[in-house]
Ligand binder design. Structure first.
Ligand code: ASP
Length: 586
């Protein structure tokens, strides 16, 4: 046995025990004739003390950072206790040290906080992973996966693996492809999700499926995405939307309770997509705070302010307690909304001063009474600041939504320890692309239209098709879309119609999706499901913004793994064997 205890285990009650520990030397320092060593493993840190006359003194002198050692000794009470660590009341009086392995000097400090930059730590990910914050992150990830599996198992779900080498399943992103050596000139695609397979499992009668599964999407990696990421992928048969929502509300409730001890609202609130857009300008609203939109279009038009008069929509948010914003702050905010990331043309403000007076950037066009009436209709109190944007309806709402999030952040209203889950329902089925002059599926092409909208679905008019709502839903947590799914089409004819609406020809549909259309001819049960982003779930549970810390070996923003230096070239022979020729100029 290499060790009798871990480095996080011993307490005062163990005083007098003879123990053997094994781990990494985090620090070693000499004081008087004694050497103090912080020995670390993933369970914690224990202090070792080697006295000058100890048989281990010579070995102790040799130790450097990250040496792997085995230390034998007696648990004694510590004179100067360290309340910061659970083992802080004791130390080990060492009688023997066995150096199991040496280490070159690590490129950065391996402690709670490291002095290494992101890139350096990524290159030595295995050293970064020795740090407690990353170990806690991966432990949380494990805990969550465990909670999820046990909940779903108890509900009768079976975990079934689906292949990674498949034919492309469109989820709106680009596929990663893999050349087939045995089938010259052809390619597999890596799954963007197991969507079609889980539906085929429903046809096959496995009526409750789940899988914690890797998915691959070749996207530009803005906004904290990873080219390979993990989903909790689920599908159920003989269900309606309500059944799916209640099953997975149950899962979320049990995971929150099990992993964090947190009770989330019961039931989880629901909001239609249209309400989410009208009130928050986002299909993933952060409802940890208010600042809902006020549609003031009708109220502000017709007073000679040309910008408002010409606008389809004028929306206002009330920022509590910010009437004291200075000219400089308001100018800065105006510049902020004009940045391309927000895209507004300008910002109108109305300050509801503490003394009851009103000051605004549109004083020229509106009387104080009119502005007071506006403030009242927005339920603004004295001390509040009203911010307004105008323009085309949905576009302006989206911009106002970005501004709202920014103001919520500035006011500290987005506390990572507060969890505000929400279902968004009644999504439009289709999204028109002006650029391509065609419809795209808002969720994916297997999502069913609401039964009450079938007349529109089969209509040839664009306006009718635009009105069709889907049996689709998203799970939103603190402004993040954490999951989404739908009740599927299970009828071959309706699926063909969907492809037709999407402008996918019968031949193309048959080439790409013949297998699923065909399967639906053999008694496909009504079914539906959803998938949650597991990496994001872990990060949110850990109170972090970025998913990278919750993935053992993530890629950087360029999609590179700088530790193993991938992607990389393959040699000519390998290229030839795969029937590939590169067009990249050296
Ligand atoms: N396959 C979908 C996705 O990855 C989820 C689902 O519809 O179940 O977003």
């Amino acid at each position: 046995m290499y060790r009798t205890h871990t480095c996080g285990e011993l307490r005062l009650a163990d005083k007098g025990s003879k123990v053997t520990l094994a781990g990494w030397v985090q620090k070693s320092r000499r004081l008087g004739g004694m050497t103090f060593i912080d020995l670390r493993d993933r369970y914690g840190i224990t202090q070792l003390v080697v006295e000058a006359d100890s048989p281990a003194a010579a070995a102790a002198e040799e130790l450097g950072r990250e040496f792997v050692i085995q230390a034998e000794g007696e648990v004694i009470e510590r004179e100067s206790r360290n309340a910061k660590i659970p083992t802080g009341d004791i130390e080990i009086k060492v009688s023997a040290i066995n150096i199991l392995n040496r280490s070159v000097t690590p490129p950065f400090t391996i402690e709670e906080n490291s002095d290494g930059g992101e890139d350096l730590r990524a290159r030595y990910r295995y050293l970064d992973l020795r740090r407690p914050p990353l170990q806690r992150a991966l432990a949380l990830r494990h805990r969550l996966a465990h909670e999820i599996r046990s909940y779903l198992d108890a509900q009768g779900f079976m975990e079934i693996e689906t292949p990674y080498l498949i034919k492309s399943t469109p989820e709106g992103a680009r596929d990663f492809v893999v050349p087939s050596r045995m089938n010259p000139g052809t390619f597999y695609a890596l799954p963007q999700s197991p969507q079609t397979f889980k539906q085929l499992l429903m046809v096959a009668g496995y009526d409750r499926y789940f899988q914690i599964v890797r998915c691959f999407r070749d996207e530009d990696l803005r906004a904290d995405r990873q080219p390979e990421f993990t989903q909790i992928d689920c599908e159920m048969s003989f269900v309606e939307q309500e059944d799916v929502l209640s099953t997975f509300e149950g899962m979320m409730r049990s995971v929150f309770k099990g992993a964090l001890g947190v009770d989330i609202p019961n039931p989880i609130p629901r909001m239609s997509w249209a309400d989410a857009m009208d009130s928050y300008g986002s299909d993933k609203p952060d409802i940890r705070f208010g600042m809902k939109f006020n549609d003031v279009t009708a109220q502000v038009k017709g007073f000679g302010f040309p910008v408002f008069d010409a606008a389809e929509y004028v929306g206002a948010i009330v920022v509590p307690g910010c009437a004291g914003y200075t000219r400089k702050q308001l100018d800065e905010l105006t510049e902020w909304v004009k940045r391309p990331q927000v895209g507004a043309k300008g910002l109108v403000y109305v300050k509801c001063n503490e003394d009851g007076s009103i000051k605004s950037s549109i004083d020229k066009f509106y009387t104080p009474e009119q502005l007071k009436a506006l403030a009242e209709s927005c339920s603004a109190a004295s001390g509040d600041l009203i911010l307004m944007l105008c323009g085309p309806r949905r576009k302006t709402q989206t911009q106002l939504g970005v501004l709202r999030i920014e103001m919520g952040g500035r006011l500290g209203l987005r506390d990572p320890k507060v969890f505000a889950p929400l279902w968004i329902v009644d999504f439009p089925l289709l999204e028109w692309s002006e650029e391509d002059g065609r419809f795209y599926a808002m969720h994916h092409p297997f999502t069913s239209p609401k039964p009450e909208h079938l007349d529109w679905f089969y209509s040839d008019k664009k306006e009718d098709l635009e009105r069709v709502c889907a049996n689709a839903y998203d799970f939103v947590l603190n402004g993040n879309e954490l999951g989404g799914g739908s009740i599927r089409i299970h009828d071959a004819g309706m699926q063909s119609r969907m492809f037709e609406v999407l402008g996918i020809s019968a031949e193309e549909a048959d080439y790409k999706f013949g297998f699923i259309i065909n399967a639906f001819k053999f008694g496909a049960p009504p079914h539906g499901g959803l998938a949650f982003g597991f990496d994001r779930l872990c990060a949110l549970f850990g109170g972090q913004e970025t998913i990278r810390d919750y993935i053992a070996f993530p890629k950087n923003n360029q999609g590179r793994d700088v530790m193993i230096d991938s992607p990389s070239k393959i040699d000519d022979a390998q290229m030839e064997e795969l029937f590939l020729a590169s067009t990249v100029k050296e």
